[in-house]
Design a protein around this ligand. Sequence first.
Ligand code: AMP
Length: 215
Amino acid sequence: MNIVIFGPPGAGKGTQSNFIVEKFKLHQLSTGELLRKEIKNRTNLGSQIESIINAGNLVSDDIVSDLIEKYISDKTYKNRLIFDGYPRNLIQVKNLDNLLKKYDQKIDMVLKLSVSLETIKRRISERKDLEKRVDDNEKVAIKRFEMYEKNIEPVIKFYKQSNLLTVINGEKPITEISDEISDLIEGFKGWLWEIRQYKYAGKQILIKIWLVSQG
Ligand code: AMP
């Protein structure tokens, strides 16, 4: 299955994406990360996009589309993708749909981690105490939150109308959120798994291994 995950900065999207990747052996496709890699590797594309990213603006829809096609077209990742940071506008929604169709796939589930601005502020101040991150000052955080919610609204609305959207209460403890996401994914038809039996310290252990998704 292919998943899209949304959440404003500080909502715990990274933590939950990692959890899904680990448990269900999906591949996380973060467009922000892919773009940063281009800059780090000093590619042609990297030099084109560096100033755009540094200014906090969006890179062109075509550039991002080309980047993700490499993964969507790769059989290793077929029906195993979790999109993070994409799509960010309605053109990208359409592009993603077309790309997936081209490779006989679709979006099966859209998750939105929902948190209040108050919670974001609290988490950032806690993190600041722990990590002393200079970029995480409250003003920047509020601006990023508001920008995010505003920009992503039409995209969320679209997926809601398509009956693909599940809003997850991101205020809950991390493990409760992971359990909720896990239940949703496990409940999605088309998953294949097998039970494997192991012996450890004289005991039989049964482990449920997730295989591929047919969906
Ligand atoms: P992120 O790590 O998702 O916050 O992305 C970091 C930066 O990469 C953004 O501020 C944009 O400049 C760029 N970027 C990431 N994803 C996209 C996207 N889907 N469309 C356009 N630009 C993007």
